[in-house]
Ligand binder design. Structure first.
Ligand code: CA
Length: 226
């Protein structure tokens, strides 16, 4: 799962980002509305956490801008109290609203609830060939057999299975897996692909991950060849 956190308070941004990374999320952290809109236009996120009080833009304008660029679930953070703001936030397309100061455990629970809501784009159990992906349990599945995936394996598997036989390019996968992190070695993506291949083999799936050299990866349903 990849998240964009928009918060101008550096200490709070760091605390939220660190907490979510420890929980296995891939987190891009930005401090302004302008950066948020730029990132949302350039990458795809599973959810956005948006502080309404930003230095460069009104948070409600950022929310509208996000909505114009992507149908991404949004959790609003704000110190502004009062019903009027809450209604404005929800009317503006926010999926939930949390008032500062907040407890990190509550924040994470609300964020997970936003992520669980049926999206406009994705079916709950994407599938390809004999494989399916149980997003909520982070598990790959063949028939009755399940295997649990690590957060990064799950992010990779989700991208591949949602694209089926279409090629998913390496840059897009690296962006989803590692976000804005520096120093990602070229081998890091290959290592995750190798681990996911081993797990699919353990499930005895007839689907395999094909390497398109220099381009990316795609799934191949072994039954097609028979
Ligand atoms: Ca703020």
């Amino acid at each position: 799962m990849k998240l964009l956190i928009v918060e101008d308070n550096p200490a709070l941004l760091d605390m939220i980002s660190t907490h979510l990374r420890e929980r296995g999320f891939v987190v891009d952290a930005v401090r302004t509305g302008g950066e948020a809109l730029e990132r949302v236009g350039a990458a795809s996120y599973d959810a956005v956490v948006l502080d309404l009080g930003l230095p460069d833009m009104d948070g409600m304008d950022v929310l509208r801008g996000l909505r114009e660029r992507a149908m991404v679930p949004t959790l609003i953070l704000t110190a502004r109290d009062g019903l009027a703001h809450r209604i404005a936030g929800l009317d503006g397309g926010a999926d939930d609203y949390i008032l500062k100061p907040f407890d990190l455990a509550e924040f994470e629970a609300r964020l997970r609830a936003v992520l669980r809501r049926p999206g406009l784009r994705a079916p709950p159990y994407p599938s390809f060939g004999d494989l399916s992906f149980d997003i909520a349990c982070h598990a790959a599945r063949v028939g009755e057999r399940n295997i649990e995936l690590t957060p990064r394996e799950a992010t990779l598997f989700e991208a591949l299975i949602k694209n089926g036989a279409r090629i998913v390019v390496r840059d897009m996968l690296a962006d989803r897996l590692f976000g804005l992190a520096d120093d990602v070695s070229a081998n890091a993506l290959d290592a995750i692909v190798s681990r996911l291949r081993r797990k699919l083999a353990m499930l005895e799936s007839r689907v395999s991950i094909e390497t398109m050299r220099g381009i990316g990866y795609r799934l191949h349903d072994g039954q097609d060849a028979r």
